[in-house]
Design a protein. Structure first.
Length: 296
């Protein structure tokens, strides 16, 4: 599988310099320059702007870089899987996407035991929100994804994890609502809120509120909890989030208060229905299912 033209392109795009890129690829600078020129002729567009201080991407080059990273990663993983020697156990790279949640613990346990039995197997974990992880598993650059509900079942097989994850507010410790044991719908009125984009659509939060989310003062959206915690610690509002995501660095400054009545989400390990699992992914799914999960 000839993916070297894209590898050459990515090396130059990342280095911004032919000399450094050639050194990283262990080829000569003239040879690398020739390969880039061939790729540009094949695609019919210049990919770089050459200048005295280095090389920068053109608009078409930036587009190619976004696509090439996924293509190269996918092709390398295919080669690893096909060339793997079954007599030597599982090998290659198993790519898993996951939200920031304690529900990942059973998956981590299964990974630990699987890798102990298959020392040539490598694990690549990508953290992200459901939107990011879902897009990557659809593109084929992830084998498995750990989602926190609601939704995203369509088009997936999955294992339900043994967790019901509470939702609530991440608050600065000296905020008035921090003295409450629980947060009720009326408590959200008027205060600046940080919220994930997914929570602002659908009926999940609005069902708990008893009204449309548009009535809330959503001052900021976020996709991962760490930066939301930084904002809350700085005194900027309160973040709607799941339990267990407050970073250790802010544990003394921030508190979590669950919603009442309780609002929870399930968690599930998912994979695309229309794509056969790699041997490593199938082995991990089997181990998680046997230890913790319920298949759907």
């Amino acid at each position: 599988m000839d993916i070297w033209p894209l590898k050459y392109f990515l090396a130059v795009a990342r280095a911004g310099n032919l000399t450094r890129a050639a050194e990283s690829l262990y080829i000569s600078q003239p040879a690398l320059s020739m390969r880039l020129a061939e790729l540009e002729r094949e695609l019919g567009h210049p990919l770089f702007v050459r200048g005295p201080r280095g090389m920068s991407l053109t608009e078409r080059g930036a587009l190619l870089m976004r696509r090439a990273e996924d293509l190269v990663d996918f092709a390398e993983r295919i080669e690893e899987e096909v060339r793997a020697d079954n007599d030597e156990g599982l090998s290659g790279t198993l790519a898993i996407g996951a939200g920031e949640t304690v529900a990942f613990a059973p998956v981590a346990d299964a990974i630990k035991s699987l890798c102990a039995e298959n020392p040539k197997l490598r694990i690549d974990i990508t953290s992200g929100n459901g939107e990011d992880i879902g897009a990557r598993i659809q593109r084929g650059t992830l084998d498995l994804a750990l989602f926190v509900g609601p939704g995203r079942y369509k088009g997936y097989d999955y294992i339900s994890m043994p967790h019901a994850i509470p939702w609530g507010l991440m608050l600065k410790g000296d905020a008035p609502l921090a003295s409450r044991r629980t947060i009720r719908p009326k408590d959200l009125d008027g205060i600046p809120l940080l919220m994930t984009r997914q929570m602002m659509v659908g009926e999940f939060l609005s069902g708990w509120l008893g009204r449309d989310c548009g009535t809330l003062n959503v001052a900021c959206t976020y996709n991962l909890a760490y930066n939301a915690a930084v904002m809350v610690a700085a005194g900027f509002g309160a973040a709607v989030c799941i339990d267990g995501v407050i970073p250790a660095a802010y544990a003394e400054d921030i508190v979590f208060r669950p919603f009442a009545p309780a609002m929870t989400s399930d968690a599930y390990l998912a994979w695309r229905k229309d794509v056969p699992l790699s041997p490593a992914a199938a082995a991990l799914v089997s181990r998680v299912r046997n230890n913790h999960g319920e298949s759907r």
